[in-house]
Ligand binder design. Structure first.
Ligand code: ATP
Ligand code: MG
Length: 555
């Protein structure tokens, strides 16, 4: 696993440790709301939280933040766990649910009421909003703000008992309606919702608000550093107010630290928008290989190591920025370059007949699997082979070093061939090429090292496997800076998926498991899709070979 480099969060932790705080060790958490599948932005948060715990030999909890029963589902809970494990992290036996703490959270709310720090309000949601004021104008106190402790306690119990309808009452923290920070203007901490919860069933009809549940869940679990995204910065005073008000020890209680969320060019990173793509069938599901969900990236063929390296490379920032998706692709390419075996495939097949090669002959030629690891295999060669249509041009310009009439090209791992004749159908389409091979030009042969400018891949026709190959492009058109427009549905790229039904591949890939990676020589990196059966091979293009990120870096 990549060593975590230091960042401002780690500097803050070092400072805390120096001051003698958190002597029991560092403890972080990853707190997703189970209302959708995790995406690449969450991967950043996962790497940061689990990685920080690893760096300090501490612990990281998984906490499913399930305080909003209307949008949550066990399908999401399961997928979240699968995705974190796949990325290579473990929460050990520390999987928690915010709903585990509903009783304790209720008791904390009662304690606030007893201290005169919370009250039951009868204002409607609209009234609360109107009373809240604006950035330039102080808020107005609710007429119910000065209820007695006894009255508040009784009303809160009645809220819990189900005596009121949704929205009829709320519990609010009593802080300061004139605070310059709007979050501190008596935030709502409990609301009534007569809905069943996926874990607590009908036990509760009041549910804690996120801003109340989150800091207290952190404190209950003994979290030392609550790492979250920048939008929570203005919520931090309330986080601290709550822990102060409930007498948590400043030397051990959690400290909130914010970092900038990951935004990627050409990429939608909002669960709500991703859910819309799935529910309105713009994609085949959460794991559609075009989706930036972790399961989508997995099916696309991205690897855990590549995603972790990417998260490490981009570092942790204090200000929002946009990261070029080419950098993520670069990390994927680096990992696959090292680990994927090279094989030969032809996406747009054109038949070549080697007229001086015997019809009944078949040779098995030695081919290397990956220059970094060694390893070899044999590939069959025969009189009829497939080459890519793009590797032949009838009226080729001078600098075209692939095959052309009268020209020579080297077949990778095999012979040098010369194109003698172009065969066409009645409509003038090229149907096959007739070539002759230089019989001495095989590896080790007398003319093997003859200078030939072009080398192309090929697949022997009789033994070729047929395959479906799916090529992906960006899901959304973007502006010139790579920003996805707000009306992203209108900007969906109609050509984001191209399916090639009749690709040809060498037989060595037969019966490989879904998730196996290959480099198709000269084409790109591919992965076996789960739709594959022994009769029907399906590959996804992971990334092409051209590394635009490396180019940007070298400028
Ligand atoms: P979304 O906006 O996509 O719905 P969210 O923040 O509501 O995301 P949560 O389930 O609450 O989703 O997120 C769990 C954790 O992941 C939070 O700590 C959140 O800050 C973090 N996170 C979410 N999106 C990103 C991102 N793009 N970059 C970094 N961290 C993120
Ligand atoms: Mg959230």
């Amino acid at each position: 696993m990549a060593e975590q480099s230091s960042n401002f969060i780690h500097n803050a932790i070092d400072e805390d440790l120096k001051q003698g705080k958190y002597t029991d060790g560092i403890h972080t958490r990853f707190p997703p709301e189970p209302n959708g599948y995790l995406h690449v932005g969450h991967a950043k948060s996962i790497c940061l939280n689990f990685g920080t715990a690893e760096k300090y030999h501490g612990l990281c909890n998984l906490r499913l933040d399930d305080t909003n029963p209307t949008k949550e589902d066990t399908e999401y809970v399961d997928s979240i766990q699968e995705d974190i494990k796949w990325l290579g992290f473990s929460w050990g036996d520390r999987k928690f649910y915010a709903s585990d703490y509903f009783d304790q959270l209720f008791d904390f709310a009662v304690k606030l009421i007893e201290k005169g720090l919370a009250y039951v309000d009868d204002l409607s949601a609209e009234e609360i909003k109107a009373y809240r004021g604006t950035l330039t104008e102080a808020g107005k106190e609710s007429p119910y703000r000065n209820r007695s402790v006894a009255e508040n306690l009784a009303l809160f119990q009645r809220m819990k008992a189900g005596e009121f309808a949704d929205g009829e009452k709320v519990l609010r923290a009593k802080i300061d309606m004139a605070s310059p920070n709007i979050v501190m203007r008596d935030p709502v901490i409990y609301r009534i919702a007569h809905v069943a919860h996926h874990r607590t069933g009908d036990k509760w009809c009041i549910y804690p608000m996120y801003d109340f549940a989150h800091p207290l869940s952190d404190a209950i679990e003994g979290i030392t550093h609550s790492i979250c995204t920048l939008e929570f910065e203005i919520h931090r005073p309330f986080y601290d107010w709550l822990l102060d008000s409930l007498d948590f020890d400043p030397n051990t209680r959690p400290r909130q630290i914010e970092f900038a969320r990951l935004n990627l060019t050409n990429t939608v990173t909002s669960k709500r928008k991703l859910r819309q793509l799935v529910e309105e069938h713009y994609v085949s599901g959460w794991d559609d290989p075009r989706m930036p969900t972790i399961c989508g990236l997995r099916r696309r063929g991205y690897t855990p190591a590549a995603i972790r390296n990417f998260c490490e490379e981009i570092g942790v920032a204090k200000a929002d920025s946009l990261v070029d998706v080419a950098m993520l692709e670069h990390c994927v390419r680096e990992d696959l370059n090292e680990h994927a075996n090279r094989v030969m495939a032809v996406l747009h097949p054109l038949k070549v007949v080697i007229t001086n090669y015997p019809e009944d002959k078949q040779e098995w030629l030695l081919a290397d699997n990956n220059p970094m690891h060694g390893g070899t295999r044999f590939v069959p060669f025969s009189r009829e082979i497939w080459i890519d249509r793009d590797d032949f041009l009838e009226d080729a310009p001078k600098k075209f070093f692939r095959l052309k009439p009268g020209g020579e090209v080297r077949l990778k791992h095999a012979y040098i061939i010369k194109c003698d004749e172009v065969i066409k159908d009645a409509a003038g389409n090229i149907t096959e090429l007739h070539c002759t091979a230089d019989p001495d030009s095989k590896t080790g042969g007398p003319t093997a090292n003859r200078k030939i400018k072009g080398t192309i891949q090929w697949v022997a026709a009789p033994t070729a496997l047929d395959a479906e190959v799916r090529l992906y492009d960006c899901l959304c058109e973007t502006d010139e800076n790579g920003n996805v427009p707000s009306d992203f549905i209108a900007a969906l790229n109609k050509n984001s998926l191209e399916v090639i039904k009749d690709a040809k591949i060498e037989p060595s890939v037969h019966l490989t498991a879904a998730g196996t990676h290959y480099q198709f020589l000269r084409i790109g990196y591919f992965v076996v899709d789960p739709d594959t059966t022994p009769e029907h091979l399906v590959f996804n293009r992971v990334v092409g070979l051209r590394d635009t990120w490396a180019k940007v870096q070298n400028k």
